[in-house]
Design a protein around this ligand. Structure first.
Ligand code: ZN
Length: 401
């Protein structure tokens, strides 16, 4: 793959502005009709600086609409209250960040979801915290559950006057954006002179080390694949000097671990030069090769399942399921319905088959395929213990219990 010729990109490199890159991988998904913002993209590395990102993605306005209207981060079941594991993760992020923040700093978090991180910062003695989130239900949960000042808004329109903050925080946001350069200019404008910017993104140099489902990092939402070098380079290109940078592993959900790079920067007149990204694209190639290896048995499994010719329920419309439906024999299986616990997806469809809620399964006799490696145990326990269903269960690994 290293020998792939450079080609003209539809999306310019957000770090250096170059318009050519090298293709690393072509990702493709089945669409959630009325619920997907994209059905695939090319993973590319900038020819000039090595920064890796997805090309062939929708305009930022379409992404903004998706996060406003189809947010999967709202959880009506728990009314936006974070789980104990989420609480621990927010406390960990807050503890790491606090040493760099002056005590009376006015802080804004963009993409604050239910407000868990801001509440953790407040608990550590930083009272002047504010949040915005594209989902008004998330912002309302932050107000209701934590008594925070939070509002519906985006990077492009926070509802706060320019130059209002000493620190702006974005955790797991930058990898979701198409217009990254425009975002960095907007972030600059939010800060007071000498203000701080704290960013945390998945660390592409460690995708292989923490690989779960194949190609999972090339998800239906992640459009940029940062390394410590490309993150520092992006910041430098927009007038930010490094203050501190570290690597961490975040527990996401019960069974998933995400390697991240976290970095704090200061607004500066003379940011340092940052090196090109060599490690990022190389590590992505390793991850892609590993994913191909791990997907081979799943392809054979999909063929075996489709070969049964038997009507089937497929549980999950996540990244892995949508990839398998688009790229393996699972797409030819007689799927009668998809099942997902996220109420945002219920009532929509994939390839004309309805997405139903777990509560709609009573009385259905078809076998259920759990099409998620990461959540297999949780889904199995929902089927057997909460719903008490006796349906045959198939897993991606083999016949389940
Ligand atoms: Zn570049």
């Amino acid at each position: 793959m290293s020998g792939a010729p450079a080609r003209v990109l539809g999306r310019r490199c957000f770090r250096c502005g170059a318009g050519t890159g090298r293709g690393l991988f072509s990702q493709r998904f089945a669409r959630i009709e009325g619920g997907s913002v994209l059905d695939g993209y090319q993973v590319v590395a900038c020819e000039r600086c090595g920064t890796a990102f997805a090309d062939g993605v929708p305009e930022q306005a379409a992404l903004d609409r998706y996060y406003r209207e189809l947010s999967k981060y709202e959880n009506p079941v728990t009314a936006g209250v974070e789980s104990p594991a989420d609480g621990e993760r927010f406390a960990e992020v807050a503890r790491e960040l606090v040493p760099f923040v002056p005590p009376h700093a006015r802080i804004l978090e963009i993409g604050c979801a239910g407000g868990g991180l801001l509440a953790a910062l407040r608990d550590l003695g930083l009272p002047d915290v504010h949040g915005v989130d594209p989902s008004s239900a998330c912002a309302a949960a932050a107000v209701r559950n934590h008594g925070l000042e939070a509002r519906a808004g985006t990077l492009w329109d926070t509802g706060h006057p320019p130059g209002s903050f000493d620190l702006v925080v974005l955790i797991a946001v930058l990898e979701h954006l198409r217009d990254v350069g425009r975002a960095m200019r907007a972030l600059r404008a939010m800060l007071r002179p000498g203000g701080l910017l704290h960013l945390e993104v998945p660390d592409a140099t460690r995708f292989a080390e923490f690989a779960e489902a194949p190609y999972q990092q090339f998800s239906v939402e992640h459009l940029n694949y940062f390394s410590p070098a490309s993150l520092a380079g992006l910041a430098a290109a927009h007038g930010f000097s490094p203050v501190a940078s570290w690597r961490a592993v975040r527990e996401v959900g019960r069974q998933s671990r995400e390697p991240v790079v976290a970095a704090t920067f200061r607004l500066s007149d003379r940011p340092p030069d940052a090196p090109d990204d060599v490690d990022g694209p190389r590590a992505l190639e390793t991850y892609i090769a590993l994913s191909a290896q791990r997907e081979a048995p799943l392809r054979r499994r999909a063929e075996a399942i489709a070969g049964r010719g038997e009507p089937l329920l497929v549980w999950s419309v996540g990244t892995q399921a949508l990839r398998l439906v688009a790229n393996t024999a699972l797409g030819e299986a007689p799927i009668v319905a998809f099942v997902d616990s996220n109420p945002r997806y219920v009532g929509k469809s994939v390839r004309g088959r309805p997405i139903v809620s777990p509560n709609d399964l009573a009385g259905r006799l078809e076998p259920i395929l759990i099409a998620s490696t990461n959540y297999e145990r949780e889904i199995l326990s929902t089927i057997r213990e909460r719903l008490r269903l006796g349906n045959d269960v198939l897993t991606l690994a083999g016949d389940g219990s």
